[in-house]
Design a protein. Sequence first.
Length: 112
Amino acid sequence: LTRPAGGGFTVVRFQGAGAGVLAVAYRPGEPGAYLLGADLPPPPEGKRYELWLIRDDRPEPAGCFAPVGGVVEVRVAEDLRAADLLAVTVEPASCPEAPTAAPILTAPLRAV
């Protein structure tokens, strides 16, 4: 995985039923993050992975992505500071505004 430039990053690995390795890297107290993954299988035809910020049990979309050669390197512009949890679902390629499936991966955030 390519590490973001500079130091001071906290890295949280996603856990769950999904294959491969996925993590989020962020600087505590600052907006934005990096989604980094390796060995992720491509989503099914017509689908994408979608990242969700969970705030007070409400999911907010943070973007769709698909690995290239199993690798994910995505800049997340959304502010993670109010999120309790990050989740990844498999969604239609249209990237819906609300999840249509249960999360396959989650990453708890503590005092971002």
